[in-house]
Design a protein around this ligand. Structure first.
Ligand SMILES: *[C@@H]1O[C@H](CO)[C@@H](O)[C@H](O)[C@H]1NC(C)=O
Length: 315
């Protein structure tokens, strides 16, 4: 990771659209797993947003300048360090200093939420997450065929997710949350239990205050998501532990997870006891649940109405 001049990226994005517009909230994007800050897909996404909001200033978060290295940093790295790096990056961009809206794609969504909780200087106004893993994953996300970088990282992460090495080097391991072994998750995971304020002795009130200060939180799920397990993590859902599944005569049995065994957001202790300010947001009517048809990150045009409504408003 090295700090590169922010304008080199902004220049890349703004060459197509001309001068940034003032008086309008700028936008920060955090790409998903397997992507990079200025891949053709991300450039295209930014440009389409700028067609809707002409002149909008868009910054695409990077860990590495080099696109291949940036893509790799989505698999390999220490999330807490990456976040610190991104917070410093955002703090240096003059256009963002009065605050901004943010769109997190897949894992970029929970990382932007962590930015809000831990840093939020400058603050995020509307946070929009697409298919993110807010309650973690109970399996490491599947890879595309022949994606060797992904397959190698996944193989190690699945076999040794809670080892010290994985927790400082494998990004996906840092949001792996095994519902059947929450105790190990709470003690061994370096990232998710902290930003979810799940460790009672270590709860950080600032995280809740910052998160509750969002104007709107928009949570999008992909209805046919077969990559993220469970897909409901996008809506702060998680799988029930297998031991808790009871048969009709209340015998406790151990059986494989089914998709309908999901603890929804409003039943999570994180929500009911409001560890992160999510309940405050929800009771204020500031949490929007929405869905895209299709498999993980098959955005189609479902992002358009969201971008029209929640991005590029006036300060
Ligand atoms: C809580 O989080 C804030 C913001 O990241 C940080 O400044 C503070 O040191 C944390 N408090 C504790 C007790 O860790």
């Amino acid at each position: 990771m090295k700090l590169l001049h922010w304008w080199s990226l902004c220049a890349t994005l703004s060459t197509v659209v001309g001068a940034p517009q003032s008086g309008v909230r700028p936008l920060v994007l955090w790409h998903g797993l397997g992507d990079s800050h200025s891949s053709p897909g991300m450039m295209d996404f930014a440009q389409r947003i700028q067609v809707i909001h002409p002149g909008l200033f868009v910054h695409s978060v990077y860990i590495e300048e080099d696109l291949a290295e940036d893509r790799k940093a989505g698999f390999y790295g220490n999330v807490n360090e990456q976040l610190e790096f991104v917070a410093a990056q955002i703090a240096e961009i003059p256009e963002l200093q009065n605050g901004f809206d943010a769109i997190g794609l897949s894992q970029g969504g929970q990382f932007l939420r962590a930015y809000v909780e831990r840093y939020n200087e400058p603050p995020i106004h509307n946070l929009i997450t697409f298919g993110s893993q807010h309650m973690g994953v109970s399996d490491i996300p599947k890879c595309r065929a022949y994606d060797l970088l992904c397959l190698a990282a996944r193989r190690v992460a699945r076999s040794a997710a809670y080892t010290e090495w994985a927790q400082t080097n494998l990004v996906q391991a840092q949001y792996y949350r095994d519902p059947n072994n929450l105790e190990t998750y709470l003690t061994a995971n370096h990232f998710l239990p902290f930003i979810n304020n799940e460790i009672s002795e270590q709860r950080n009130e600032t995280y809740a205050q910052n998160f509750a200060s969002l104007n709107t939180l928009v949570l999008l799920i992909f209805e046919d998501d077969r990559t993220v397990v469970p897909k409901e993590s996008a809506w702060f859902g998680s799988e029930q532990p297998a031991e808790d599944i009871k048969t009709d005569n209340s015998q406790i049995v151990f059986r494989p997870q089914r998709a309908d065994n999901i603890i929804p957001m409003r039943s999570q202790p994180l929500y009911t006891e409001d560890w992160i300010g999510l309940r405050q947001l929800d009771e204020r009517g500031a949490v929007v649940f929405d869905a895209c048809n299709g498999e993980h990150m098959h955005m189609g045009d479902c992002w358009e109405r969201i971008v029209r409504q929640y991005v590029g408003g006036p300060f």
